[in-house]
Design a binder for this molecule. Structure first.
Ligand code: ADP
Length: 504
């Protein structure tokens, strides 16, 4: 067996990637699917279309139905997925009862506000590690049960199944034989207790969710079943399921406490490994399950927890320079434009276009550009945009260090904007520690592949994986401590000016 097949089911596309024993991506296929916006603030996916595109890219990458050569070299399947997105389907027909409600969907914000007003925030943080927000699955599932005719009664009779996308794909791959999820996905629902590692009756009651719809919870790496033999010419073991950000952390080989990765995509996602301790955040970061694995020697399930923080406007700030201001043609152009000036000339862009997340949490903050003079040019603004990404990441990085009490010695990076060398250098300067970009930046799919490969014996242990993790480039900090602190302080002054602006 030469390959692990990783399925990376994302928000806008489904991908399939074959990884070899060195962790190299040898072949991949990708297909986009529809984003459905029925009303302002609502975002849906057609779960059948998700499965259809996923199946198509698997066939494409395996040369099916033309040749069985590749599929015969596949040791097993790994699933990683967009998290929190909620699917409800009929157990008998396998048909979704409605469109999936996507993580971005805000239709249940009022339900969350009402629960907050009743004082449930603390209970939810204690049990789930999450903030009470429409982002997570519980209120989306309750909405589907309440707004689909007959759904609640059918759910109570045991006729309906709930799943996040991992669970949905597993159901389809096994032809309805297995209804299961893993703790990294379950810990994003607001229904899962981080301490017992089980669904929590008190939470199920609070959100009015019948237990009968819930999937079984199994370790992230292990035996989830086999794909139906009629699908890909032979049955393939499904050996991992893990949410996308946790998978990226695993793919970055952040196996020890104090190791962290940041993904620079549309937004930025930082995760810090806190190993067996679910650290409670005092800075409104999320506590989440990283992954759960069976220890081979003792056969015990070991859980790794993470602290997680997101920055809403990461690479999206660069999209705004391109599409909103039209000062660059493509995202990659920002680097040369920003490099054409040596500094920002005391100009700061606070990209609070949709408010500010951790550690500020101000929904009324709005985008602000301060400090301009007659000498300010688009190059300064481009540089200020890159600095803004790095400064926001530095703020959540500080919050993580404070919450965890861990001093981080480096930051591993990936995602589209991590290709930008100037941004990575600025990031190292503002953090005061090295920023390290690996040679494989497909870390999400790779992490899932590693999780499956370890369960299948394709790789022997995490030490082997750590040795495969190769550095593309290491960015060392150049600013002095005093310069760095002055920069960060000036940024915080700019952030204060962005806060509380919106009047709604
Ligand atoms: P996602 O997975 O969220 O779609 P990607 O990891 O594909 O995101 O990264 C795309 C984002 O990275 C876009 O927001 C884009 O503006 C930004 N980006 C891409 N290349 C660069 C670059 N060279 N410099 C800065 N930002 C970039």
């Amino acid at each position: 067996m030469q390959y692990i097949l990783a399925l990376d089911q994302g928000t806008t596309s489904s991908r399939a990637i074959l990884f070899d024993a060195h962790g190299r991506s040898v072949k991949s296929a990708q297909k986009e699917f529809r984003q459905i916006f029925p009303r302002p603030g609502w975002v849906e996916h057609d779960a059948n279309e998700i499965w259809g595109t996923q199946r198509e890219v698997i066939e494409q990458v395996l040369d099916l139905p033309h040749s069985p050569a590749l599929v015969n070299m596949v040791a097993g399947i790994a699933i990683t997925n967009q998290r929190e997105t909620t699917v409800l389907w009929d157990r008998h027909t396998g048909e979704p009862v409605a469109n999936a409600i996507v993580w971005q969907d805000r239709r249940t914000a009022d339900v969350c506000n009402a629960l907050r007003a009743k004082g449930y925030t603390q209970l939810l943080q204690d049990k789930t590690g999450l903030v009470l927000d429409a982002y997570f699955s519980a209120t989306k599932l309750a909405w589907l049960l309440d707004h689909t005719p007959g759904a609640r009664a059918r759910a109570e009779r045991g006729d309906l199944a709930f799943g996040t996308i991992d669970t949905w794909l597993l159901w389809k791959l096994t032809h309805g034989q297995v209804h299961a999820t893993d703790p990294s996905n379950a810990s994003r629902t607001l229904l899962f207790n981080l301490h017992t590692m089980q669904w929590d009756d008190e939470l199920l009651k609070l959100f009015n969710i019948p237990r009968a719809v819930l999937p079984e919870i199994r370790p992230s790496g292990g035996h989830f079943g086999e794909s139906d033999s009629t699908l890909f010419s032979r049955a393939l073991p499904i050996a991992a399921m893990i949410g996308d950000q946790q998978a990226a952390t695993f793919g970055q080989a952040c196996f020890s406490p104090g190791m962290a990765k940041n993904t620079y995509g549309t937004g930025c996602f930082m995760l810090l490994n806190t190993e067996s301790t679910p650290v409670t955040s005092a800075n409104k970061l999320l506590t989440t399950v990283g992954w759960q694995r069976k220890d081979v020697a003792t056969n015990k399930s070991l859980t790794t927890y993470c602290l997680e923080a997101s920055v809403f406007m990461g690479g999206a700030t660069i999209q705004w320079l391109r599409d909103g201001l039209n000062i660059i043609q493509s995202a990659a152009d920002v680097e040369s434009l920003a490099q054409s000036v040596s500094d920002v000339g005391d100009t700061y862009l606070v990209p609070a276009f949709t408010g500010l997340g951790a550690p500020h949490w101000d929904g009324h903050a709005r985008g602000t550009l301060v400090g301009m003079t007659r000498g300010t040019t688009k190059a300064h603004i481009a540089r200020a945009a890159l600095e803004a990404i790095a400064l926001q990441v530095a703020d959540v990085f500080d919050a993580m260090q404070k919450d965890s009490g861990l001093a981080l010695s480096e930051l591993r990076v990936d995602g589209g904007a991590s290709k930008n060398n100037l941004l990575m250098q600025i990031q190292a300067d503002f953090l005061g520690i090295p920023v390290i970009r690996p040679s494989v930046t497909e870390t999400t799919a790779l992490g899932a592949a590693y999780m499956a490969g370890l369960a299948l014996g394709f790789w022997s242990d995490t030490a082997q994986i750590s040795s495969q993790w190769l550095v593309d480039r290491r960015f060392e900090p150049h600013l002095s401590e005093a310069e760095r602190l002055a920069k960060r302080a000036r940024w915080h002054q700019a952030v204060e000016r962005a806060k509380g602006w919106a009047q709604d």
